[in-house]
Design a protein around this ligand. Sequence first.
Ligand SMILES: [Zn+2]
Ligand SMILES: [Zn+2]
Length: 136
Amino acid sequence: MQKNTTVEKQCSTCRRILPISKFRRYKHQSGDSGYRGSCRECESKQNLERYQRQIAQSNIEKKMECTTCKQILPISKFRRYKNRSESIGHRGSCIECEREQNRKRHQQKKTQSAIDNDEKPDIFRVRDCYKKVKGG
Ligand SMILES: [Zn+2]
Ligand SMILES: [Zn+2]
């Protein structure tokens, strides 16, 4: 006579009655051992779900609020910068806003230099052009 009569067990997750071989065994430090409440299938599913949750969580963490347009955007939408102190981070404004800001700044500079040029002699105008080329 075999002592082990429990050959089937109900899974607490999927509620199926399955052979005991479908359940993972556990062993406590106290020497107590038994079978887990969920079948292997459900356990791996739970592990997968946990894994996916972790991925989703890390995706959430990889999002940033743009300080300019106030949109929550993935970190890839932000330009990276490196300080002289070797610390790496992301800019507060997204690439789109940075582009917009650069465009505005460029326009401002343009109008500003146009005003300046009216008052400056030709030699200064040439220098301004030089600066512009050098600066890109
Ligand atoms: Zn199950
Ligand atoms: Zn933005």
